[in-house]
Design a protein around this ligand. Structure first.
Ligand code: KIV
Ligand code: NA
Length: 265
């Protein structure tokens, strides 16, 4: 198999080929996604929400991210695996950021890291990259800053925030990032940013002009029925399918249909 690398993604942008990225948090799903041809698997700190049931991404720890990432890595042959550095492990100073980065790379076997923010964290980004670790940026709605924003609404609708986002995107590219996630910003702004960069943009709720797209696996597979933002396309309704399967199993056990003569030793 030809492995996806950060260079593959740069070539894809140059060739106008769109990049498909999905989150995964464990071995079994990572194995299916990798075999199904996903380019990039993101071990997102959204694990805090969808795996652990927290309301935000803030509580998840570096150890927990390493556990998820190492599980994902064992399921992957081809996809590039990017791991989120969680809240509190890189914002303080660049030395702390490097220590966190090295722990994830050593202990999980992940291929690259993702950090949220622009100018505020660019020293950390540079220091991690100078150690030989590829970094993906993340701008727009950055969920680790949810208490600063106070809302999950669309970001950068106002001129000042849009201008800062454009500057931050250039700054991250100049710092050496190999890609940048744009989350929940106007499609027109994402278009301008994508055209201004040579590195690929990966959008979520950022319109069709990004160089790639990313979705949280639980959302696109329809495992969570309550989450219905405009940007989300559901490719399955696993909530319904799993519910039906469990109902059927409960019924079969209760009516002594399962196991039958063929299903025993
Ligand atoms: O943690 C996550 O799932 C993410 C994506 C939504 C980009 O950061
Ligand atoms: Na994340």
């Amino acid at each position: 198999v030809k492995k996806v690398t950060t260079n593959t993604l740069l070539r894809m942008k140059a060739a106008g080929e769109k990049i498909a990225m999905l989150t995964a948090y464990d071995f079994s799903f990572a194995r299916v996604f990798d075999a199904a041809g996903i380019d990039v698997i993101l071990v997102g700190d959204s694990a805090s929400n969808v795996m652990a049931g927290h309301e935000t991404t803030l509580p998840i720890t570096l150890d927990q991210m390493i556990y998820h990432a190492s599980s994902v890595i064992r399921g992957v042959n081809k996809s590039l695996v990017v791991v989120d550095l969680p809240f509190g492990t890189y914002q303080g100073n660049s030395k702390e950021a490097l220590v966190s980065a090295i722990r994830v790379m050593k202990e999980s076997g992940g291929h690259a890291l993702k950090l949220e923010g622009g100018e505020e964290i660019v020293e950390s980004v540079k220091r991690i990259i100078s150690a030989g670790v590829p970094v993906m940026g993340h701008l727009g709605l950055t969920p680790q800053s949810i208490y600063k924003f106070g809302t999950y609404a669309v970001r950068a609708k106002e001129e000042a925030e849009a201008e800062k986002l454009k500057r931050d995107a250039i700054l991250l590219q100049e710092a050496g990032c190999f890609a940048v996630v744009l989350e929940k910003i106007p499609a027109q702004l994402a278009k301008e940013v994508s055209e201004s960069l040579t590195i690929p943009t990966i959008g979520i709720g950022a319109g069709p002009h990004c160089d790639g797209q990313v979705l949280v696996m639980h959302d696109m597979l329809g495992i969570n029925n309550e989450f219905q933002p405009r940007f989300l396309r559901k490719y399955a309704n696993l909530h319904e399918q799993i519910t039906n399967a469990v109902h059927q199993y409960v019924k079969d056990v209760r009516r002594k249909d399962f196991p039958n003569e063929k299903e025993q030793y």
